[in-house]
Design a protein around this ligand. Structure first.
Ligand SMILES: C[S@@+](CC[C@H](N)C(=O)[O-])C[C@H]1O[C@@H](n2cnc3c(N)ncnc32)[C@H](O)[C@@H]1O
Ligand SMILES: O=c1cc(-c2ccc(O)cc2)oc2c(O)c(O)ccc12
Length: 241
């Protein structure tokens, strides 16, 4: 077969699979039938009420994240970028009853109006410490207390893509050796693999920072990695030293 370069369908949507149909097949077969009811409710409430519903972690990526949380027996976690709370509720439902999540977002209102009522109904609100702030100063403040160093089992970063390396430097101090950090959108709708001129201007800055981040992580001896082509790309890092 001729090796033609067609413009991929994923450019319409942050899904980096070969086709939208394949993504829908995975969701319908393996993800939606197992998605916990509160998560489904939160996803549907987000879709109904928020024009930026596509910001939410994709449910297939969420399913993988739930498995990773269990594999590291995560109890104390940190999340940067909450939005309406899909990944936050997923984490809260997965960690044990005495687990704690430090969740940071500049915008509390979006979380409060859509996610929080569902989180309360699911009975997991007590596991969450939501901090409304820019994330970097909060991470730096946590690091001022030596007790927090190497104390987190798991981190999830899904916020301003230009700061991912800054978040990573902090995460490498906060997450314990053997713990994991997962970065979302690391394939940025597939734009990382296209020449700059084929990318809309509005997407170029974060394409560049995402590519730089991916290269830096690849060269970082502190982590083992797997770059999963799920959702919009998830870079999974396990701290090894
Ligand atoms: C893609 S959304 C997060 C989606 C969320 N993980 C979910 O599953 O629905 C990104 C979020 O990052 C937040 N954000 C952007 N820049 C930030 C910053 N510098 N510090 C903290 N939060 C930030 C935005 O307010 C937004 O809610
Ligand atoms: O298209 C986006 C944009 C973002 C985004 C925008 C502004 C911020 O301060 C943070 C994030 O995040 C996205 C995202 O997480 C996603 O899964 C798909 C698309 C976008």
């Amino acid at each position: 077969m001729e090796n033609t370069k067609v413009l991929p369908q994923f450019l319409a949507n942050p899904v980096v699979l070969q086709s939208q149909e394949l993504h829908e097949y995975i969701l319908a077969t393996s993800v939606y039938p197992r998605e916990p009811e509160p998560l489904k409710e939160l996803r549907e409430a987000t879709a109904a009420n928020n024009p930026r519903a596509f910001f939410g972690t994709s449910p297939d990526a969420g399913q993988l994240m739930g498995m990773l949380l269990k594999l590291v027996n995560a109890k104390k976690t940190i999340e940067v970028g909450v939005f309406t709370g899909y990944s936050l509720l997923l984490t809260a439902l997965t960690i044990p009853d005495d687990g704690k999540i430090t969740a940071i977002d500049v915008d509390r209102k979006t979380y409060e109006t859509t996610g929080l009522p569902i989180i309360k109904k699911a009975g997991v609100e007590d596991k969450i410490n939501f901090i409304e702030s820019q994330a970097l100063p909060v991470l730096d403040q946590l690091l001022e207390d030596a007790k927090n160093e190497g104390s987190f089992d798991f981190g999830f970063v899904d916020a301003d893509k230009g700061n991912y390396w800054n978040y990573h430097e902090r995460m490498m101090k906060l997450i314990k050796v053997g713990g994991m950090v997962v970065y979302d959108n690391t394939l940025w709708g597939g734009y990382v693999a296209l020449p700059e001129e084929a990318v809309p201007e509005s997407k170029r800055a974060w394409r560049k920072s995402t590519m730089e981040f991916n290269n830096s992580i690849s060269a970082d001896p502190r982590v083992e990695i797997s770059h999963a082509s799920i959702g919009d790309g998830m870079l999974i890092c396990r701290r090894i030293c």
